[in-house]
Design a protein around this ligand. Structure first.
Ligand SMILES: Cc1cc2nc3c(=O)[nH]c(=O)nc-3n(C[C@H](O)[C@H](O)[C@H](O)COP(=O)(O)OP(=O)(O)OC[C@H]3O[C@@H](n4cnc5c(N)ncnc54)[C@H](O)[C@@H]3O)c2cc1C
Length: 461
């Protein structure tokens, strides 16, 4: 990559930057500007990078202008949607951060059950607007997560078994290409690009709006059933067996965590969408299992379900995650999960076993860029702590746990929860779709302008 022509020897070319800012409807922030530091900070407090410029875009034209500027001046470019990716790829060091977080409009067509969302919206923004019409689509379980980043990598959440992945519900998008052209992507227009943005992340351009198929969702049966950690083995075994016949209306995770009063616990966290009476019958065995410390499952508004876990992932804490799909959740692998969780060094950390399947397994492996369609458990080891001095302790625990699980791993990983883990892991994330994605990258972004992501390297021309 050639050196950029905006910053040289640590000095910014103010004339060029001024000219650029004149073409933006939104604001341009430099390090001395008010709001710069608030804007460069994201959810993961481990990320402390300083972009030379932050373009706070207000519309697609601003994004085009910023992409053109970055390309013409060889500036490193990052894209911030919700800023909720573990890697912190939303923020670059020294380049231009294209911040979409002011682009939040949500338009809902209640009759046709379609919603069009600007890509700075979070799931909280989107759910609130859609629920005013009694509608929803599969989204993440923490409301501050960005709609765009999550959908571009696949997207799992409480509706995944009933309605498929978020990307399965994407029916159209507008994408600013590396050449600064606003492309439409759907089954009918640029269908190869449309395939790629449903699981291939931000590799092909900057998506400025997304059109989703929506579903009727109102009150759901959801919440947690909490057991003492001593019963973790039976709880996880129950989860494994129960999901073999559970209806698609139910999505269920198990979490190993610490209660606010310091007690190690294990909890079912789940959501049933559909007829509530039938749901009560489905959940009966789950609620009758063992002797829970608390049964907090019941009818709740969908927006409440979508914020239930928010407090577990506060903005600004330090986070380090590793994850893997588990090929075979055997009793031995469960023992290993429990023994590693038992030495979890932070009371804020969390081990999650998420099970998908259902509608998300109906799409073939190559139907979209997201490849992991077999019903299986996803193990997420999520470290969360506050003090910088403890970094090594929590990172080591996470890595050792993940290493220990390797004999049971399917050597596949969900791209949205992948850290900065090297090219082999990126290949595990894109799986069998990797070579098709490489060809697509070479077509849409041959110079790898969009590279701060789980990067698919273009083939040299
Ligand atoms: C607390 C927490 C909970 C989560 N829960 C879930 C969950 O329930 N289900 C799930 O599937 N995932 C979940 N995730 C993972 C989440 O899907 C990814 O981290 C996702 O990348 C976040 O998107 P974002 O827009 O918030 O993040 P950002 O950091 O803003 O974006 C991540 C990357 O996506 C790309 N990107 C973002 N917006 C655009 C755009 N408009 N155009 C092009 N590229 C773009 C960029 O490469 C960027 O670096 C969770 C993450 C966190 C931190």
């Amino acid at each position: 990559m050639e050196t950029n022509t905006i910053i040289s020897g640590g000095k910014v070319n103010h004339q060029l930057v001024h000219d650029f800012s004149q073409g933006l409807v939104g604001d341009l922030l430099l390090p001395a500007d008010q709001g710069y530091h608030e804007t460069r900070k994201i959810w993961n407090g481990m990320i402390d990078r300083h972009p030379a410029l932050i373009a706070r875009c207000k519309n697609a034209q601003d994004v085009i202008h910023s992409v053109n500027f970055a390309r013409e001046h060889n500036l490193l470019l990052s894209v911030r949607g919700g800023g909720h990716n573990i890697t912190g790829n939303a923020v670059c060091e020294g380049g231009i951060m294209i911040d979409l977080s002011l682009m939040k409009s949500v338009k809902v067509d209640s009759e046709d059950q379609i919603a069009v969302v600007e890509t700075g919206a979070t799931w909280g923004d989107f759910d609130a607007a859609a629920q005013r019409h009694g509608l929803a689509t599969t989204g993440g379980v923490i409301s501050a997560t960005g709609v765009a980043g999550l959908t571009l990598g696949g997207g799992v959440g409480w509706l995944v078994r009933k309605h498929g992945l978020s990307c399965d519900n994407l029916i159209g998008a507008e994408v600013v290409s590396a050449e600064g052209v606003l492309l439409k992507a759907s089954v009918d227009e640029n269908s190869d690009l449309f395939w790629g943005i449903r699981g291939g992340g931000g590799n092909f351009g900057i998506v400025t709006s997304m059109k989703f198929r929506m579903h009727r969702v109102n009150t759901v049966l959801g919440g947690m059933i909490i057991h003492r950690r001593d019963h973790a083995k039976e709880v996880i075994q129950f989860h494994r067996e129960f999901m073999k016949t559970a209806p698609e209306e139910l999505t269920l995770y198990t979490g190993l965590m610490t209660s606010p009063d310091g007690l190690p616990v294990v909890a079912f966290v789940g959501c049933y969408t559909g007829d509530l009476k039938q749901g009560e019958a489905v959940l009966k065995p789950l609620r009758e299992f063992g002797s829970p410390l608390a049964d907090l499952m019941g009818p709740i508004p969908y927006t409440q379900m979508q914020t239930l876990l928010d407090a577990a992932a506060p903005h600004g804490n330090r986070y380090y995650w590793k994850s893997t799909f588990v090929e075979d959740l055997s009793d031995k692998s469960i023992d290993l999960i429990i023994s590693n969780a038992a030495v979890m060094p932070s009371p804020f950390s969390l081990v999650l076993l998420e099970y998908y399947g259902g509608a998300s397994s109906r799409e073939p492996e190559g139907g979209t860029a997201f490849p992991h369609r077999l019903p299986q458990f996803d193990l997420v080891i999520g470290s969360n702590w506050v003090n910088r001095e403890e970094d090594e302790t929590h990172i080591s625990w996470t890595r050792n746990f993940w290493e220990a699980m390797q004999p049971y791993s399917s050597h596949k990983v969900y791209v949205n929860v992948l850290g900065v883990e090297g090219e082999d892991r990126v290949k595990e994330a894109y799986g069998k779709n990797y070579s098709r994605l490489t060809a697509l990258k070479s077509k849409y972004d041959p110079n790898n302008l969009f590279r701060l992501n789980q990067n698919i390297k273009p083939v040299a021309p």
